[in-house]
Each structure stands twice: as structure tokens, then as C-alpha cells.
Write a protein that binds this ligand. Structure first.
Ligand SMILES: [Zn+2]
Ligand SMILES: [Zn+2]
Length: 179
């Protein structure tokens, strides 16, 4: 394993330049580089990348971890909070130069990606993995009490006083009549 230093642009991997013993890629990417706007999640921090890259014949294997901090909005109380995110990476790449396409399964493995040209786009690999790891419904904590649906107060800050009132909808009299 050699530390890559400045040999390659950190966002791309050039399979032709991977030595037999493989290489290690450790770097911090500015989060701004990862455009996650489509997900509504902002990454204000850096993304720390720690990957081992190996090439066996034509197959490139990328393994390791990426680490960052997510800035999320709680799905219940709408407050902002941060959450560390660590994602394990395990991906394999083949050049699409042999005329293989992604829909024709290679060895039945779904984990193989295809790259075209001379480079593997590390940025989209990282982006893909971060997006897959995003929480489906972020919560500032499991026990978040959310907002009062009457007055909108954040109930994590204490009771708002609405609970004492009896819920009374405009049709409650009719419901009584028909029941
Ligand atoms: Zn919350
Ligand atoms: Zn209330």
C-alpha cells in the first residue's frame, strides 16, 4: 500500500495508474463538491474519505469508509440537528470497453459498476453511497415529542397547555348524532 499523495486527482481514479500493490486514498473532500441538493440534505462539512483501491486483472475494487456530518431537519419538531454519518464502501468496477452493458449481468453480480474512458468517477460513487445512507425520516432523537398540532409549540421544550382542552372538531356533534 502506498499513500497516494498528489498522484491523482482525488475525485477520479485512473485504473491504469493503480500499482500492483494497490493504493490507499485518504483525503478530505469539500462537501460542496457533493451536490446533494436533490435530497434536501445539506453537507456543510468535509467528507473524509479512506479507501483502499486494488486492481486484479481488469477488476477494480474500492473498499473503505467515508465519514461526514449531516445537517438535518427533524421530521417531527422541525428543529435542525447534526448527525455523524459513516458509510462503508465496497464497490467493484470494470471498464465498459468490452462492450458490456450494465443491464447484462456480469457473473450475476449486482455490485459491479462499469466505467467508460480512463477514469472512475469517485465523486458519484461517494454521492451514491451517501444518498443511500441518508435517514429516511430524520429525527432529532427517537423520543422527540414533535410539535403541538394546535399551537405549533415544540413539545420538547415542555407542555404548551393545549392538552388539557378537550378535542372538539366542527363535526363532533354530527358524529354523536349518527353513532
Ligand atoms: Zn425533533
Ligand atoms: Zn399547543
Amino acid at each position: 500500500m502506498v499513500d497516494l499523495g498528489k498522484k491523482i486527482d482525488p475525485v477520479y481514479i485512473r485504473p491504469n495508474e493503480i500499482p500492483k500493490e494497490g493504493l490507499t486514498l485518504r483525503c478530505d473532500l469539500p462537501a460542496i463538491q457533493m451536490d446533494l441538493n436533490s435530497t434536501g440534505v445539506e453537507l456543510k462539512n468535509i467528507i473524509s474519505v479512506d479507501l483502499a483501491i486494488e486492481k486484479f486483472q481488469e477488476l477494480v475494487t474500492i473498499e473503505g469508509e467515508i465519514f461526514t456530518t449531516l445537517f438535518l431537519e427533524c421530521g417531527r419538531c422541525l428543529s435542525e440537528f447534526t448527525q455523524p454519518l459513516k458509510v462503508a464502501i465496497h464497490s467493484q468496477f470494470l471498464s465498459d470497453g468490452e462492450g458490456q452493458t450494465e443491464d447484462e449481468s456480469y457473473d450475476g453480480s449486482l455490485e459491479i459498476h462499469f466505467y467508460s474512458g480512463e477514469t472512475i468517477d469517485l465523486e458519484s460513487l461517494i454521492r451514491e453511497n451517501v444518498i443511500l445512507a441518508l435517514p429516511f425520516r430524520p429525527l432529532c432523537r427517537e423520543s422527540c415529542l414533535g410539535l403541538c398540532n394546535r399551537c405549533g409549540s415544540n413539545l420538547n421544550n415542555g407542555p404548551c397547555g393545549c392538552e388539557a382542552e378537550k378535542p372538539l372538531g366542527p363535526f363532533s356533534i354530527l358524529q354523536d348524532y349518527f353513532s
